[in-house]
Design a protein around this ligand. Structure first.
Ligand SMILES: *Cc1c(COP(=O)(O)O)cnc(C)c1O
Length: 457
């Protein structure tokens, strides 16, 4: 018989998990004002809040940390990191930063001015924030398919070339660069095809524009290209990454995702003028160019993490675990954004708790129910996160209302996936009894989801 798939590692250090009782969780979530961000991590059994900076490092990464060089200037760990990034991406200029949003801040300080238009595929919220705070505009050119959660298409994260071309035809002079997010986080961790990256490159060349990849999950994207796009099944992940980046002029990176480290980021490019421009902002914001807000030891761990994660066995283990959980939800008939993406499951809360009106926040209600059921912490990506319209101050109910369950890298086993799925099934089975949601009793004007206070109705 064919041997089943198994993880490409064994475990040699463990951290005990604390289970709790339903009564404890009811008390804790009440004390947290029904906001899961306000829970303490030891009040959580399985934490699916985010996959950002929550992964486990390998023995090789920990060993690299011991060898890290904490020099202010000319750290050998920086050169180790730079060499690895150049090997994987082809970019020869590298600026480290303390995380992804800092990379955006440094690069955009050089490139984005008031009135600029930055087209792309569903800009990540900090990316959008760094554009809009400079009084510039982020124009979303994602394919329409991304909006239909039940549609099965292989590359739902793509840029719509027609939408992109329209922006450039009308406003080319205002566009400093095009940004492509791989994978498309906001659309549900959905990949962008190589064909689409080529099309974006061709349009950029036609209008003489440059392209930045927001690369937080570039390895997951490469894995999807390998498994879903014709002509890539025999290529290595490193070869695919190299080709992807050959269509870009530069990248911003949150190393907390596919870098397999708990903190870090960087900018890389092959344009000297971008490097020179960004350098001026790295020094005041992040630190000198050979550390940019990172410890030498952390740069060393990142170099090893990037190298490890761009090996097929590592990334395959990661994606197959997310797919394992998705298959369980299929078995139980629980609706989620299809096909499942690289880092998380997005449960379609509007379809699960269809008796709860939008005004009572179904996805947040589902997140609370799942926590009380089993101590599993997810995250609302829905109407609370959407904030209010800045002009009318009305809630924005136009988008999707999802419960996101992120899977941390190399942290939980498939037994934990079984627990998550069973807990969701239990909530799903009693969904008709859940008829009331929550109401907001206190909120901030922007990014209210982190601190909002809620009451159960
Ligand atoms: C996480 C993320 C960022 C921001 O990175 P941080 O390290 O959290 O600052 C930017 N873009 C995408 C696509 C991300 O997933």
């Amino acid at each position: 018989m064919e041997l089943p798939f198994a993880e490409a590692y064994k475990i040699k250090m463990v951290e005990p998990l604390r289970k709790s009782t339903r009564e404890e969780r009811e008390q804790w979530i009440k004390e947290a004002d029904y906001n899961l961000f306000q829970l303490k991590s030891d009040q959580v059994y399985i934490d699916c809040l985010t996959d950002s900076g929550t992964g486990a490092m390998s023995d090789r990464q920990w060993a690299a940390m011991m060898m890290g060089d904490e020099s202010y200037a000319g750290s050998s760990s920086f050169f180790q990191l730079k060499e690895t990034i150049t090997k994987i991406t082809g970019f020869e200029y590298v600026i480290p930063t303390h995380q992804g949003r800092a990379a955006e801040n440094v690069l955009f300080s050089h490139l984005v001015t008031a009135g600029a238009i930055v087209p792309g595929n569903s800009h990540f919220d900090t990316t959008k924030g760094h554009i809009e705070s400079r009084k510039a505009f982020a124009v979303d050119c994602t394919v329409d398919e991304a909006k239909d959660t039940q549609l099965e298409v292989p590359f739902k994260g793509n840029v719509d070339p027609k939408k992109l071309e329209k922006v450039l035809a009308e406003n080319a002079d205002k566009v400093p660069f095009i940004i492509v997010t791989v994978t498309n986080n906001t659309a549900g961790g959905q990949p962008v095809s190589m064909q689409n990256l080529r099309e974006v490159r061709a349009i950029a060349d036609k209008y003489g524009k440059r392209v930045v990849f927001d690369s937080a999950r570039f390895v997951e994207n490469a894995y999807f290209i390998r498994t879903r796009e014709e002509g890539y099944a025999d290529k290595s992940i490193k070869e695919i990454c190299k080709e992807m980046f050959s269509y870009a002029d530069g990248m911003t990176m949150s190393s907390k995702k596919d870098g397999l480290v708990n903190m870090g980021g960087f900018i890389a490019t092959h344009h000297e003028d971008w490097y020179e421009g960004a350098k001026r902002f790295c020094i005041p914001f992040e630190g000198f160019l050979t550390y940019g807000g990172m410890n030498g030891r952390d740069m060393a761990a990142l170099a090893v993490g990037l190298d490890e994660n761009t090996e097929l066995e590592t990334i395959e283990t990661r994606i197959r675990q997310v797919q394992y959980l998705a298959a369980k939800l299929d078995e139980y008939g629980i609706p989620y954004q299809r096909p499942v993406g690289g880092h998380a499951i997005f449960v379609d809360a509007d379809r699960v708790l269809d008796q709860i009106p939008k005004e009572e926040f179904p996805a947040q209600t589902l997140a609370i129910e799942l926590y009380i059921e089993a101590g599993v912490r997810g995250c609302e990506i829905g109407y609370i996160l959407a904030d209010r319209d800045p002009v009318t101050r009305e809630n924005r109910f136009g988008g999707l209302d999802l419960l996101r369950l992120c899977i941390a890298r190399r942290v939980y086993t498939n037994n934990h996936m079984d627990v998550i799925a069973a807990a969701l099934k239990n909530v799903y089975d009693r969904r008709h009894e859940i008829t009331r949601g929550v109401k907001i009793v206190w909120e901030t004007e922007l990014m209210r989801h982190f601190t909002v206070k809620l009451e159960r109705l």
